[in-house]
Design a binder for this molecule. Structure first.
Ligand code: SF4
Ligand code: SF4
Length: 382
């Protein structure tokens, strides 16, 4: 495995202040290219399943890549939905590659066969990330649906063992799998893959299962210790709310929403981050005058997020520099005040939701009906 990206770990207050004021282009841009998906994972952050008839056409998608290039964006995270179900997916990758934009795409692996792997091996700047949520069939399929683990493993075999293509394995940490992290690590080691573990957020269908699947306070402590002991595991900077437990975890350790992070969704709507798909955090649409560039640079929403100070009730916290009040998305979709501590504040300062009777609803309009049987069985894996 590669050495840890530790350079970001000790980011100074001055650098954080610059990042919070926003940059001329996002450091971490996620572009979800379809809401269509063959799976129905119970915690899907974008509540995907059904394609939206308004999804960007091929020409619009390629033009958007050109805009990214002109803005100096050198790297895009592509997701969905399941991006490989788009017929023009390889054309999108080819165009990104030809103009020098690196792509990391997340997939459930269902449609990765030898032909697809051979195409991928021709791209210099393309990185594959295969999502699983358990290191074995039973624990994974409770979250991602029957057959999904076998399909993901087949994709890993196809990529690495038959075609020599490296990839990342990505898992969302939940109450069901935080005690299985060593086994995820072993699986990644077997495939010579990097492991990425990220935080569960209550966005999309995650809003429906957050209370059941979010790790407990004790599990979060164990998770922090495990991440500290495994600095080569990537986290997408998503656990900075755990940094007050001790030494800061690697990453920027700030909420980058609208500052250095944003999301373009399949119909071209631009949100503050991939976990804030809600009208409150929608900054515009790429078809608006000036397009994506104008939204990033001048939208009212992003500018106000860049001017915002940290939550009032966190200002006097001894750990403020390493946590800064935590994740906006997690606060918002649990009905917690954005001006208060993260609901998983490790110093025990979380406040009960102030709007419990009116928690903002996630958009589930692209969702297929998800089996409640899977959901209720999910606790059996503990
Ligand atoms: S809202 Fe949460 S998930 Fe989004 S950038 Fe901020 S910390 Fe990260
Ligand atoms: S009080 Fe606020 S800044 Fe301090 S640890 Fe809790 S969420 Fe983080």
């Amino acid at each position: 495995m590669k050495p840890p990206p530790s350079a970001m770990a000790a980011m100074t207050k001055g650098v954080k202040d610059i990042l919070k004021r926003g940059l001329s282009a996002p450091i971490c841009l996620t572009w979800e290219i379809t809401y269509g998906c063959n799976l129905s994972c119970i915690h899907c952050l974008s509540a995907s399943g059904l394609k939206d008839p308004r999804e960007l056409k091929t020409r619009q998608a390629l033009e958007l890549l050109d805009t990214f290039k002109e803005m100096g964006i050198f790297y895009v995270n592509i997701g969905g939905g399941e991006p490989t179900i788009r017929r023009d997916f390889l054309e999108i990758l080819r165009h990104a590659n030809s103009i020098g934009i690196g792509v990391k795409f997340s997939t459930n692996g269902s449609f990765i066969d030898d032909g697809f792997a051979r195409e991928l091996s021709g791209f210099s700047y393309t990185d594959v990330q295969i999502s699983i949520d358990g290191p074995d069939r039973q624990s994974n399929d409770l979250i991602r649906g029957a057959g999904s683990f076998d399909r993901a493993l087949k994709a890993m075999d196809t990529l690495q063992r038959r075609n020599g293509i490296t990839f990342k394995i990505s898992a969302v940490a939940t109450r069901n799998n935080v005690h299985q992290l060593d086994r995820f690590y072993e699986l990644a080691d077997f495939y010579r893959a990097e492991l990425r573990v990220t935080r569960l957020r209550p966005s999309g269908r995650g809003s429906q299962v957050f209370a059941d699947l979010n790790p407990s306070a004790e599990e979060n402590v164990a998770l922090y210790q495990w991440l500290r002991a495994h600095p080569d595991v990537l986290t997408g900077d998503s656990f900075f709310h755990l940094s007050p437990l001790g030494t800061q975890l690697a990453g920027m350790n700030i909420c980058g929403a609208g500052r250095v992070v944003c999301l373009v969704d399949p119909i071209g709507d631009v949100y503050a981050c991939p976990f804030t798909i809600h009208e409150t955090f929608r900054a515009g649409n790429i078809s608006d005058p000036g397009g994506f560039r104008e939204i990033w640079k001048n939208s009212e929403l992003f500018n106000s997020m860049r001017k915002a100070q940290g939550p009032n009730s966190c200002e006097t916290c001894v750990a403020y520099q390493s946590c800064q009040g935590g994740c906006i998305s997690t606060k918002f979709f649990t009905g917690t005040s954005l001006d208060g501590p993260d609901p998983d504040c490790v110093l025990g300062k979380a406040k009960p939701p102030s709007r419990s009777d009116e928690v903002p609803l996630a958009d589930l309009s692209h969702s297929r009906r998800v089996s409640l049987k899977i959901r209720s069985n999910s606790t059996l894996a503990n």
